[in-house]
Ligand binder design. Structure first.
Ligand code: C5J
Length: 235
């Protein structure tokens, strides 16, 4: 069987090559998703992000079974904040800034409980974890090198938040020549309007930044592919 599966997507069908594709989970961190965490203390409705978890967990299972490269990212900074520019540090409410104490440790600081990925999507042994100081996963990280080393040309982009880190990373990836499928029910925004428009912006104008597709289409295709090519599956 050819290593290509065609996915129903917007604005056009997408030819997925699982051996050249990576599943990217952006910033599925406790600070953004958990009740009582940083995101909620800013007044955000975290249930908007939590609904992403079940379909993303299913897609993660399918990607792992298909032997795809899985990459997790975490937004955060060194404890001394030396990698956090003042323009980022001084933004937002003065009492709830990066590095301040939060319910789950210092906000968005590496090594703190809140900075880490939620239990449901915890990285498996050997999966890549990219710690990023910016909104985009390519900025000041070795993500591009990792993708090149694995021969990756396509990204299935998931995670939070749709209009911030998902969009920034997708735009960065698009400019670097990667074909991106943003998985519509596996990305989340605190703001329903931003979620809708954020997805529309990606597929507009013939796919200006990439494609969008629901997880069901990808899971079905990956499951069929794994059944037809069991040798590619992770044991
Ligand atoms: C934000 C993110 N929203 N991961 N981070 O600050 O989208």
């Amino acid at each position: 069987m050819a290593d290509i599966v065609t996915i129903a997507a917007e604005p056009a069908p997408f030819d997925l090559e699982p051996s050249r594709a990576a599943l990217v989970l952006i910033d599925m961190q406790r600070d953004f998703l958990l009740p009582g965490g940083f995101g909620e203390t800013l007044g955000n409705d975290v249930s908007q992000l939590q609904k992403v978890v079940p379909p993303l967990a299913e897609l993660l299972d399918a990607a792992r079974a298909a032997g795809m490269l899985v990459i997790h990212t975490r937004e955060g900074h060194k404890p001394d904040l030396s990698d956090c520019p003042p323009a980022k540090l001084n933004r937002g409410e003065p009492s709830k800034r990066i590095g301040d104490p939060g319910a789950f440790g210092r906000i968005l600081i590496r090594g703190e409980y809140g900075h880490d990925i939620i239990d449901e999507l915890a990285p498996a042994a050997g999966e890549v974890v990219i710690d990023k100081p910016g909104k985009g996963a390519f900025y000041a990280t070795d993500l591009h090198t990792v993708l090149d080393e694995h021969g990756i040309t396509q990204l299935l982009v998931t995670g939070v938040t749709t209009e911030v880190c998902v969009h920034t990373t997708t735009r960065e990836a698009n400019d670097r020549g990667f074909d991106c499928v943003v998985v519509s029910d596996c990305v989340g925004s605190y703001f329903p309007e931003f979620q809708r428009v954020g997805l529309e912006m990606i597929a507009a104008q013939g796919g200006i930044f990439g494609w969008t597709a629901p997880s069901a289409a990808l899971i079905a295709a990956l499951t069929d592919h794994t059944a037809a090519s069991p040798s590619t599956a992770v044991s």
